[in-house]
Design a protein around this ligand. Structure first.
Ligand SMILES: Nc1nc2c(ncn2[C@@H]2O[C@H](COP(=O)(O)OP(=O)(O)OP(=O)(O)O)[C@@H](O)[C@H]2O)c(=O)[nH]1
Ligand SMILES: [Mg+2]
Length: 291
């Protein structure tokens, strides 16, 4: 068809391709989740199932975008790290950002009934931003910043909700009680008044969730090629060096690392993936047998 006289408007679209050789981080964040979590009666300060809806949505995004090497989630946010040399969507910034944000949102809704026993009252909504980091050190500092954030918030929230829900303080009184306290003071308060050793609380609450692509095998001696590939949830300390020594694939030439786990003792998030993969393999086998 001949060019229409309107076609010139296409030239107004800007080329927003991301410069080469940088880590691309896309972070999504729930809109007004303070209100959303109340409306859906999330447990305070952490709702394990609600956090797993976030994790399941994060896994769905990683399954779709194979160039995401790591994702990190805490509270109502998730960060996705694309490998430096990704060519996904020709590195077009707005395409990448909008696809990830909308796939995360729809996957959140799809996964809700698998984890929650209440219905969604209204549609959750997420914003998204893209940040570029030129060096590995910058990327590690970014992730450390997000994990330090969960530590500060979770320690405060744990102490705050104990004071409100168990000691009967009003929100304002609890705020006043915690004003100006250091981490050590809050640890002490939890221990002395509530008998809680903060370090024994679930790691997912204290450290957030790191999603890594791994080959899951049953024993360390198993051939790596035999395992099924899955997105594995990990709740480790990524600020310190051992994490990066253990998962060298993240910053190196990307080949999924090995994850040793008995299927029966795997986290439910992982079991669900492995059983979905098994079902798919069985369906393919059935099809092959029929034809
Ligand atoms: N009770 C409960 N609340 C949670 C949980 N996870 C996230 N939230 C809520 O989500 C909020 C997330 O913080 P923000 O993203 O800073 O605040 P927001 O209300 O989402 O506001 P905007 O992001 O600016 O739209 C927390 O302050 C909590 O109120 C949870 O597991 N349990
Ligand atoms: Mg938010």
């Amino acid at each position: 068809m001949a060019c229409s006289r309107y076609e010139y408007v296409k030239s107004y679209e800007l080329d927003d391709r991301i410069l080469p050789n940088v880590w691309i981080v896309i972070r999504i964040d729930g809109k007004k989740f303070h209100k959303f979590s109340n409306a859906h009666k999330f447990e305070k300060p952490n709702d394990e199932n609600a956090l797993n809806v976030m994790n399941a949505a994060g896994i769905a995004v990683m399954q779709e975008f194979r160039d995401i090497v790591l994702a990190y989630g805490q509270s109502d946010e998730y960060s996705f790290v694309f490998r430096k040399d990704t060519t996904a969507f020709k590195r077009r910034a707005s395409k990448l950002l909008t696809y990830v944000t909308s796939l995360f949102s729809t996957s959140y809704v799809m996964n809700w009934p698998k984890w929650m026993d209440r219905q969604l009252v209204y549609a959750p909504c997420f914003d998204g931003r893209t940040v570029l980091y030129p060096s590995d050190a910058n990327l590690r500092d970014y992730l450390s910043w997000r994990q330090a954030d969960v530590h500060v918030n979770n320690l405060y929230n744990t102490a705050f909700w104990k004071l409100v829900l168990e000691s009967g303080l009003t929100n304002q009184q609890a705020e006043e009680r915690l004003r100006g306290t250091l981490s050590a003071d809050k640890n002490e308060l939890l221990f002395q008044e509530f008998g809680i050793n903060y370090n024994n609380l679930p790691a997912m609450y204290r450290k957030g969730t790191i999603l890594l692509r791994k080959r899951v095998v049953q024993s360390a001696n198993d051939d790596q090629e035999k395992g099924s590939q899955a997105i594995v949830p990990i709740h480790d300390d990524l600020i310190r060096e051992p994490f990066w020594r253990e998962h060298t694939e993240i910053l190196g030439k990307y080949v999924p690392g090995k994850y040793v786990s008995e299927v029966s003792s795997s986290p439910r998030l992982l079991k669900m993936q492995l059983s979905e993969e098994l079902q798919l393999a069985e369906q393919l086998q059935d099809k092959a047998n029929i034809s």
